[in-house]
Design a protein around this ligand. Structure first.
Ligand SMILES: *[C@@H]1O[C@H](CO)[C@@H](O)[C@H](O)[C@H]1NC(C)=O
Ligand SMILES: *[C@@H]1O[C@H](CO)[C@@H](O)[C@H](O)[C@H]1NC(C)=O
Ligand SMILES: *[C@@H]1O[C@H](CO)[C@@H](O)[C@H](O)[C@H]1NC(C)=O
Length: 392
């Protein structure tokens, strides 16, 4: 979800000044859990279905922002002379039919391949992993993945060490290879249940399948006993965000618009940055959520979340924390205090080019900020360059 959920285009919710939001946008609309937004973060798993093509799956991934847009993979291939992308793309055709076995594939018995091994290696002592998801277009030099990594490197307070706990989930062979070239913990998610050759219209059958599959994959992580912090790859990490996740929260989710009360279901969440603790409550919650797929047949998982959130919260006493945009920010509701910001998401922004443009600008300012002496930093003289294409 490179984007800000269902908020299409630049029509940001923040534009009107926030809190009321537009009435056409229901609360929790972009709960990643949400649908339309999912670009980078499509974590989904399908039961294997031979004959479907893997390589096409990543083509969907930018669809969250704007389903009718050209496929990012094709964009990347068309306008890139980048050797990695080109070579990797060439490899796709070679290996496309059978999914490549993950390089170290020690557990053939598991339907998830080496997932447990990858999680075990990447997890913190308290069994937490950070996850993101990419497709081929994001693995090439100068891509979003590069900006993502760079933010960690420029970040403060040891945030770069968190990269040790980052699992990059890839859904096509080329992205998997691209990932392995730059990162230690890569996972190849076999997603062969849906034919992704054609574009997926919002709420089409395949679209629903995909979004529910992503939800199911998150459930799998929890069932394996791991807490996860899912981050879109268009989130810049400047400081450790974990310190703003309450110990008491079962789920912590970023906000497109934060209304001031972290535990109000009236906040506007964005699942592009989502922490879920693995415990009985969250497992129950995800189970009910998945059951809701049949109970409210034909709805996508974000709608179902909205349909069950109150009853589930009452029943399970699950604590859902909405993260304050002062710290866990995004273009929708921008934190202008560089002394406080931890992460910055290019939400409320459509299009890879626009995101990259604005995030580059953000990194330029951040670079100067971090190079300055402490008193200058505290003085507040460092400000984002506004407006950009999306950032304002
Ligand atoms: C590849 O792109 C770079 C700039 O990104 C350009 O300088 C170079 O000429 C290009 N090479 C080819 C073969 O198009
Ligand atoms: C393409 O595949 C070959 C053989 O599997 C491998 O050696 C090469 O590194 C791959 N290229 C890229 C760019 O991944
Ligand atoms: C960063 O600092 C340099 C040197 O002072 C300046 O030229 C440049 O414009 C600054 N960049 C931004 C984005 O503020």
């Amino acid at each position: 979800m490179l984007g800000g959920g269902k908020m299409k285009g630049g029509e940001t919710m923040g534009g009107g000044g926030g809190s009321g939001g537009s009435s056409s946008i229901s609360p929790l609309v972009s709960f990643v859990l949400g649908a339309a937004m999912a670009t980078v973060c499509i974590l989904f798993v399908m039961s294997a279905s031979p004959g479907r093509r893997l390589a096409d799956i990543s083509a969907w991934s930018n669809a969250d922002d704007a389903p009718p847009l050209p496929l990012p993979l094709q964009d990347a291939a068309a306008d890139s002379n980048d050797s990695l992308a080109a070579a990797a793309a060439a490899n796709v055709t070679v290996v496309a039919a059978p999914a490549p076995a993950p390089v170290q594939a020690p557990a053939p018995a598991s339907p998830y391949g080496d997932l447990e091994e990858v999680l075990r290696r990447a997890a913190t002592k308290d069994r937490t992993v950070i996850m993101t998801q990419i497709n081929l277009a994001w693995t090439k030099p100068g891509s979003l993945l590069d900006l993502f990594f760079e933010s960690f490197r420029l970040g403060e307070g040891g945030v770069s060490r968190l990269l040790d706990h980052l699992v990059i989930v890839t859904m096509d062979p080329a992205a998997y290879e691209g990932c392995q070239a730059v990162h230690r913990h890569c996972y190849f998610l076999r997603t062969t249940g849906v034919d992704y050759r054609s574009e997926k219209m919002f709420m089409s059958k395949d679209y629903l399948e995909m979004m529910w599959g992503r939800n199911k994959f998150q459930q799998t992580i929890l069932e394996l006993g791991y807490n996860f912090l899912f981050t879109d790859v268009d989130v810049m990490w400047f400081r450790d965000p974990f310190r703003h996740i309450s110990m008491g929260a079962d789920i912590a989710i970023s906000s497109d618009v934060f209304i001031g009360d972290p535990y109000s279901l009236g906040n506007f969440p964005n699942g592009g940055f989502l922490f879920v603790r693995s415990n009985d409550k969250t497992l129950d919650f995800y189970r009910s959520w998945q059951q809701g797929r049949w109970r409210f047949f034909g709805k996508h998982e974000q709608d179902v979340f909205n349909l069950i959130k109150h009853e589930q919260q009452a029943k399970l006493g699950i604590a859902i924390q909405f993260l304050d945009t002062t710290y866990i920010s995004g273009f929708c509701q921008l934190s202008k205090d560089l002394n406080k910001i931890c992460t910055l998401h290019a939400n409320c922004c459509v299009g890879l080019g626009a995101k990259m443009h604005d995030l580059r600008g953000v990194l330029d300012v951040w670079r100067n900020y971090t190079a300055a002496p402490p008193d200058e930093r505290r003085s507040g003289k460092f400000q984002w360059k506004l407006p950009g294409i999306c950032i304002h």
